[in-house]
Ligand binder design. Structure first.
Ligand code: GLC
Length: 586
């Protein structure tokens, strides 16, 4: 997808359930999004991705779709959706929906029909197998059986825990495959009819005026077949899905076909949720005529994660963060235009994760605000499409937990079980969920200091973060030094015609790459004129003096009030977490 109309845009992810509730039922909705479109427009947002609002039992918060052609009543109606598309268009904004087609819901009509007749047409829409109780054939290593003795076709562990095989409702010896939750049966992409159904549905939405899609969990659509067992990696006798995915080849055939049949004829914008891609395949994904317009860089997000369990995940240091950011830039810029994030609905809050806990302990509110603005600056001005996840623009933080009963997220609950079985104490397991869990980013948006942070007049579906009286939009909007106003300035700067060439299309070159706790890089353009911008962050509490590659001509952005540059000097003196965007004389 080589169209580049979106390169100079700014994108924003909405998690509808927690954005804004217009009708007091405690759940955010589409009319709530419409009511806040002007807020997003004023912030400078162009492209808005909605996490799923399709009809769904919400077992995985809408990533389990029971009807692709309808809106879940909790989020609104199809008329609301059409109104959102029209209101966005009026404001020159683009709506992108989630495309969840690795699996559907077990409440989808296809799956219900498959249950009625596993050997019929709809049985072929899924991965169904009729199993035997007999012992596994000789020579079958690592075989796993169900609790009632059926030998499973393979020993893969689902992402949310337990084997990927579940008994087909209404049957004794039929089983179906789900790589995520058991309420998310995998669709059989090997079946051309399934692919046709999916392409028809995508085109139906694009014809309605949608700008494109965020493509969910897409690598999983290609399974290594025939099913087989791999060496187990935990005491449960199962193996990670990633082990199977490394062996699966040929996903590109499906993705290329999907592009040609749907996205390309509509010139749609697409962003892939792609994990574990093989480096040599990158040009196929986001190069000229790639499967997608762009894809997310998850290198920081997955850094330090341990296969043993969440308790063993490492906290990321500023140097490690920089090394992820820079290596992703090196890898992707040669090929295409990457999508940069510091958080999303599956990750902890960036402001908590990427500012070291030891530093935070010593920070007052003002310094913490400075550090959040530092983080915002360094990721936002790297090359690629910058994405803001709802609430990030006001520096929302992780949610403190008191008990596992407060947790909603299915993957956190699985992580809890894994840790507890390993003997990790309740207190340590809870702390690990606090650091890694998906609920962190899913708490309601903090609009104001009013009850429930102004998100709902009812009872919110998920706890509001108790810090809302401090961290909320109402408080930050009038404050020129707030995190919110810093994001606004960053967006305005990236869109400023005077700096757009270097900041959007210019090259990315590391500066002081080996300096401890410094995150700095140049953005440089040669055409139409030669321009060099330096982003430089003293990502630590201690002040220091750092060299510049050339004297600074102008300060474009400063996250502190402290003045900085001295004309003609090739150095700059920076306070704790002070971060500058400088136009250089070179
Ligand atoms: C993606 C989504 C996540 C969901 C999963 C299954 O990773 O971002 O929220 O649970 O896919 O659809």
């Amino acid at each position: 997808m080589n169209s580049t109309w979106w390169h100079d845009k700014v994108a924003y992810q909405i998690y509808p359930k927690s954005f804004y509730d217009s009708n007091g039922d405690g759940i955010g909705d589409i009319p709530g999004i419409i009511a806040r479109l002007d807020y997003l427009k004023d912030l400078g947002v162009d492209i808005v991705w909605l996490s799923p609002v399709y009809r769904s039992p919400l077992a995985d918060q809408g990533y389990d779709i029971s009807d692709y052609y309808n809106i879940d009543p909790r989020f609104g109606t199809m008329e609301d959706m059409d109104r959102l598309l029209a209101e966005a268009k009026k404001r020159d904004m683009y709506i992108v929906m989630d495309l969840v087609v690795n699996h559907c819901s077990d409440e989808h009509a296809w799956f219900k029909k498959a249950c009625e007749d596993p050997e019929g047409q709809y049985g072929q829409y899924f991965y169904l197998r009729r199993l035997k109780k007999a012992a596994a054939p000789e020579g079958t290593a690592y075989a796993v059986t169900s609790p009632d003795g059926y030998v499973l076709p393979c020993n893969w562990r689902s992402y949310f825990g337990g084997p990927v095989w579940e008994k087909l409702p209404g049957h004794e010896d039929w089983y179906y495959l789900h790589v995520f939750h058991k309420k998310q049966p995998d669709l059989n992409w090997e079946n051309p009819r399934v692919r046709e159904e999916i392409y028809t549905m995508i085109n139906w939405w694009l014809d309605r005026g949608l700008a494109g899609f965020r493509i969910d969990a897409i690598i999983n659509i290609k399974k290594a077949l025939p099913f087989r067992n791999y060496a187990p990696d935990r005491a449960d006798g199962l193996c990670s899905i990633h082990t199977m995915l490394r062996e699966a080849s040929g996903v590109g055939e499906f993705l290329g076909e999907m592009r040609d049949r749907t996205f390309a004829p509509h010139n749609a914008f697409t962003v892939g949720e792609v994990f574990g891609e093989k480096e040599e395949e990158l040009p196929d994904f986001i190069g000229k005529n790639g499967y997608f317009s762009t894809m997310f860089d998850f290198s920081e997000a997955i850094w330090g994660s341990s296969p043993a369990g969440w308790h063993a995940n490492q906290g990321i240091t500023p140097d490690a963060y920089r090394s992820c950011l820079f290596s992703a830039q090196k890898k992707f810029n040669a090929v295409g235009f990457i999508s940069n994030i510091i958080e999303n609905h599956d990750e902890p809050r960036g402001a908590t994760r990427y500012i070291p806990a030891a530093d935070r302990k010593q920070m007052d509110e003002r310094m913490l605000t400075t550090a959040k603005k530092a983080l915002a600056t360094v990721y936002f001005l790297a090359k690629g499409l910058p994405w803001i996840y709802q609430g990030q623009e006001i520096g929302m933080e992780n949610l403190p937990l008191h008990s596992i009963d407060e947790v909603d997220d299915v993957s956190s609950i699985d992580a809890w079980n894994v840790m507890r079985e390993l003997g990790v104490s309740e207190a340590d397991a809870l702390r690990a969920i606090e650091r890694n869990g998906r609920d962190n980013a899913r708490t309601p948006f903090q609009w104001s200091a009013a009850e429930n942070a102004g998100f709902t007049t009812g009872s919110p579906w998920l706890r509001v973060n108790p810090d809302y009286s401090q961290i909320n939009l109402d408080r930050q909007q009038p404050d020129p030094d707030s995190v919110y106003n810093h994001y606004k300035k960053l967006i305005a700067l990236r869109k400023d015609p005077q700096y757009r060439d270097p900041l959007v299309r210019g090259s990315f070159e590391p500066w002081l790459e080996d300096e401890h706790n410094v995150i700095a890089y140049l953005r440089r353009s040669e055409v139409p004129t030669s321009q060099t911008i330096l982003v430089i962050s003293n990502y630590q509490l201690q002040p220091r003096v750092l060299p510049l590659p050339a004297p600074a001509r102008r300060v474009l952005l400063n996250n502190c009030t402290k003045p900085v540059i001295q004309p003609g000097k090739r150095q700059v003196s920076l306070g704790g977490y002070q971060t500058l965007v400088l136009e250089l004389d070179m």
